[in-house]
Design a protein around this ligand. Structure first.
Ligand SMILES: C[S@@+](CC[C@H](N)C(=O)[O-])C[C@H]1O[C@@H](n2cnc3c(N)ncnc32)[C@H](O)[C@@H]1O
Length: 202
């Protein structure tokens, strides 16, 4: 078995991957593309969640919800929940429509607006996993913003750390006391960081 996706989730994903491929083939500028995660990286996210079983996960940069579907499909297997964020209101609406079409709306929602504002109401130390996939130059700022929200033992995955220059983010995350980080050379590159099981630094 390659994945544990339901037929409904697989159908939505197939459609979104085909749309993303068409946008790239047409040479649309990145501002007009959905810029979805590569397939094997999505599978890795899904496996990571099923292995670590985070109760509450965040996603920074949800676009039209393809990676959110990978995360929500995992969360559905252990009663977890995903809060996604997307700065473009129309994309956030598409993400929620796609989650509903995939029959995963009980396990995830995407909030419209900039991540820092969208996540301001969350309880400190309540978040067990974060996926960072917004603009690469903002990764360190997003990390700084979520640090107070992290529960002990939280993990973070950031995409595109090989396809783009994310060295400032990688240096920052590696400088945090007790945090351990490794670059996984899968597709565009994933930075996987594990925070200590004791209370997280500020
Ligand atoms: C690479 S795409 C995300 C792709 C998505 N994770 C997926 O794989 O399907 C990056 C997205 O981040 C959004 N974004 C940029 N800055 C943001 C911010 N400060 N807060 C929330 N979303 C942001 C962009 O509008 C864009 O849709």
């Amino acid at each position: 078995m390659e994945t544990m996706l339901t037929a409904a989730a697989q159908e939505v994903m197939d459609r979104l991957y085909a749309d993303d491929k068409r946008q790239r083939a047409a040479g649309l500028p990145s501002s007009e593309r959905t810029r979805n995660i590569d397939y094997q990286s999505g599978r890795y996210l899904n496996l990571h969640l099923r292995m670590t079983r985070p109760r509450l996960s965040l996603e920074i940069g949800s676009s039209n919800g393809l990676s959110t579907i990978w995360l929500a499909a995992a969360a559905a297997t252990f009663q977890g929940y995903i809060v996604g964020t997307e700065i473009l209101t129309e994309r956030a609406a598409q993400a929620n429509d796609n989650l509903a079409a995939a029959k995963l709306a009980d396990w995830a929602t995407v909030r419209a607006g900039a991540a820092a504002e969208s996540l301001a109401d969350l309880t400190p130390e309540s978040v067990n996993f974060v996926f960072i996939d917004a603009e690469k130059e903002d990764y360190s700022r997003h990390l700084e913003c979520v640090l107070p929200l992290l529960a002990a033992g939280a993990t973070i995955i950031a995409d595109n750390v090989i396809s783009h220059d994310c060295t400032a983010y990688q240096a920052y995350v590696r400088s945090l006391p007790g945090a351990e980080s490794i670059t996984l050379p899968l597709e565009r590159g994933l930075e996987l960081t594990c925070f200590p099981a004791a209370p997280v630094l500020r």
